[in-house]
Design a protein around this ligand. Structure first.
Ligand SMILES: [Mg+2]
Length: 238
């Protein structure tokens, strides 16, 4: 099966946010470790990192509409559960959650990857539509608005808590396509999560490109190691 994106058909690109366009700075494990330290609990960052990855992968909280359904309240409960799993030693779990929720809602806690803005600009200059499609919640609007590299070039942000379903659910990708005014077979999904950004997108009828910033490829999945591949679109026929 030829899995390469059919570039000539693509008229819009949906870009994942975390790990694709932006990254937490300091790292997630540092932020959690510091939150614990503020309550007098010293934890090894490696331990925190391992706990976070296990908790983040587990679908701890679901919305009323079943698997992968969500809204702002569900996301808050989900993150409260994740913080509790990662920092069970914290004497004041509510404080830990509140501090970390606020921390990751601030643009100062994030950086755009150097290739992010050039890629978005190239997509737009090629005459394509572009949107951010993310499993972040409503806080993402403020984060992106506060990152100067992205604030001026991103025209639309689609977040799962506002759509009602998280990636990789097809309803999420349908909403992103509708937001761009394009049918799924004209849209390319690009992101660093194989299931959420690639397989889920394909099941919904989109093309997909796996962003593998560490360089590990996957059979039958077209991949790039950074977003500069998208800057090749600049000057391409719209
Ligand atoms: Mg991601």
């Amino acid at each position: 099966m030829n899995t390469q994106p059919k570039w000539e058909r693509i008229q819009g690109i949906v870009l994942d946010a975390v790990g694709t366009l932006i990254k937490p700075t300091p790292s997630v494990s540092e932020a959690y470790t510091e939150a614990a330290a503020r309550q007098g609990v010293e934890l090894a960052p490696e331990l925190v990192r391992g706990r976070f990855h296990a908790a983040f992968r587990g679908d701890l909280v679901q919305g009323a509409d079943g698997v992968l359904s969500t809204d702002e309240g569900v996301e808050r409960r989900r993150w409260r559960a994740i913080v509790a799993r990662v920092l069970p030693e914290a004497p004041d779990p509510d404080r830990a959650f509140d501090e970390l929720w606020d921390h990751f809602g601030r643009p100062e806690s994030w950086r755009a990857f150097p290739d992010s803005a050039p890629a978005v600009e190239a997509i737009r200059e090629a005459g394509m539509r572009v949107c951010i499609g993310s499993n972040f919640d409503g806080r993402l609007h403020r984060v992106v608005a506060g990152l100067p590299e992205l604030a001026d070039v991103v025209e639309a942000i689609v977040v799962s808590s506002e759509v009602g379903y998280r990636k990789p659910h097809a309803a999420f990708f349908r909403a992103a396509c509708e937001r761009m005014g394009l049918p799924p077979d004209r849209v390319l999904s690009v992101g660093d999560d194989l299931e959420n950004d690639v397989h889920g997108a394909r099941r919904a009828g989109l093309s997909a490109l796996f962003l593998s910033r560490r360089g590990e490829g996957v059979d039958d999945v077209p991949s790039v190691t950074d977003l500069t591949a998208l800057t090749a679109l600049r000057g391409a026929e719209a």
